[in-house]
Design a protein around this ligand. Structure first.
Ligand SMILES: Cc1cc2nc3c(=O)[nH]c(=O)nc-3n(C[C@H](O)[C@H](O)[C@H](O)COP(=O)(O)OP(=O)(O)OC[C@H]3O[C@@H](n4cnc5c(N)ncnc54)[C@H](O)[C@@H]3O)c2cc1C
Length: 391
């Protein structure tokens, strides 16, 4: 650790807002998630029991859901939003219902996101709104549009117009309310369509200041080139580029599909290559004054960003640079950065328990220990329990 201002290992700051009882519960939960077999079996049983309408919602809501989500509704998120804000951390309420794919649910999702924009306009504790384009329209259609050789039927063209209308109306609401809005990045077979749609929004709404942010997944070999193209375009056509940088969440899916359909995988060959690309992208954004939201739980990358800011004399509180983590994860990074004065935001998922289960299963999978070693989260929780016993 090279930074003198703070240490990510400071567990007293990381868990300052957690009671002894809450820490014990977290210890139990992360210990269970650390056993790969249990996570696999648990996931299977929960899926089956939910399908059979077994009354397990209460148990999930008190455990997994409580750890990683703000609530079932935006109103239920308010406690977590207030709690985080006491430690100088802002929230990004993220309507995370997955799996529903019809026009009614796309319209419903659009309205949930509009609610988050309204909340961000009212409360300083909410720093961004966020959406997934696949939550506003059919993924199959987005994929078909990306395959330019296939023309759309009249019905599909109308459905695409509705997607464009929903995106435009959300970005316009954000612009009119002076709220920053992030578009998440998704699978490569729909991402080009998403990039094109979000670029149009940036060109329209980022003329004076960064409002619409697109996400770049640095595990993709083409992302750095795309970032440069965005910068060149912004200079030519006069808008403020704004990006969220992440490593990327769909690696297995991407590689499997590339193998099955016999095309070259778009993903970097190694973790080191992804790390290098991510850190270069951070450097590029700082050098080129691109508004940035760095979504990462990687300690080295977060530290690098603090060092880059220092080297370029950018104050920690600069409105154009945010550090972001997911709610319930990497509090040692979020709380210590916030204590040092940086802008930190937490994605705060919300939605009906049943519909956010895919999100929760991904968190459980991410936290399971493949190597038999304890996860970072668990190590830190146990270190804090031990520290409190000794004071
Ligand atoms: C606030 C926030 C917002 C996010 N938004 C999005 C989003 O919009 N879209 C999205 O896709 N993801 C998103 N993510 C998830 C993100 O992409 C990562 O999956 C997750 O954060 C883990 O990466 P890391 O930087 O935290 O840390 P690390 O644990 O250091 O990195 C893990 C990541 O490295 C990459 N990786 C691992 N092994 C290899 C390998 N063998 N070869 C190549 N690369 C490898 C993968 O991307 C993996 O997820 C978001 C994460 C955060 C915190």
């Amino acid at each position: 650790m090279t930074d003198k201002q703070f240490s990510f290992g400071d567990t007293s700051t990381a868990f300052a807002d957690k009671s002894a009882n809450e820490l014990r519960k977290m210890n139990f939960l992360f210990t269970l998630m650390g056993v790969p077999e249990l996570t696999k079996i648990g996931t299977f049983f929960i899926k089956t029991l939910l399908k059979l309408n077994f009354p397990i919602k209460k148990i999930i809501k008190a455990t997994l859901f409580k750890q990683f989500c703000g609530g079932e509704t935006l109103e239920e998120c308010q406690n977590s939003i207030n709690q985080l804000h006491k430690s100088g951390i802002t929230s990004i309420p993220d309507y995370s219902a997955e799996g529903e794919a019809d026009e009614k649910s796309y319209a419903y999702t659009t309205e949930r996101i509009r609610q988050t924009i309204a909340l961000a306009a009212k409360q300083k504790a909410v720093s961004f709104a966020v959406f997934k384009v696949s939550g506003l329209g059919s993924s199959a259609l987005l994929e078909k549009i990306q395959k330019t050789e296939e023309s759309l039927t009249e019905k599909e063209a109308m459905a695409f117009e509705r997607i464009q209308y929903r995106i435009h109306s959300l970005c316009e609401s954000a612009y009119l309310s002076n709220v920053k809005i992030l578009a998440d990045a998704e699978e490569s077979w729909i991402q080009k369509t998403i990039d094109e749609l979000i670029l149009q929004m940036m060109q329209k709404f980022n003329k004076e200041k960064p409002i619409v942010y697109n996400t770049y997944q640095m595990y993709k070999t083409t992302s750095f080139g795309n970032l440069k193209t965005l910068t060149e375009l912004s200079l030519q056509t006069g808008f403020k580029p704004a990006v969220k940088l992440v490593r990327g969440a769909y690696m297995e899916k991407e590689r499997t599909r590339a193998l099955e359909q016999k095309y070259v995988s778009p993903i970097q060959l190694t973790k080191e290559a992804t790390n290098k690309a991510y850190d270069e992208a951070l450097r590029y954004c700082i050098e080129n004054k691109i508004a940035l939201c760095a979504g990462s739980h990687n300690e080295e990358s977060n530290l690098l960003l603090t060092e880059l800011m220092k080297n370029y004399a950018i104050p920690a509180y600069s409105e154009t640079i945010y550090f972001a983590q997911l709610y319930g994860m990497s509090d040692h990074i979020s709380f210590n950065l916030a204590k040092a004065g940086y802008n930190v935001a937490k994605y705060l998922p919300f939605g009906p328990v049943k519909s956010v289960m895919p999100y929760l299963f991904r968190r459980a999978a991410e936290n399971k220990s493949v190597t038999g070693q304890m996860s970072t989260e668990l190590k830190l929780i146990r270190a804090e329990i031990k520290r409190r016993k000794n004071v």
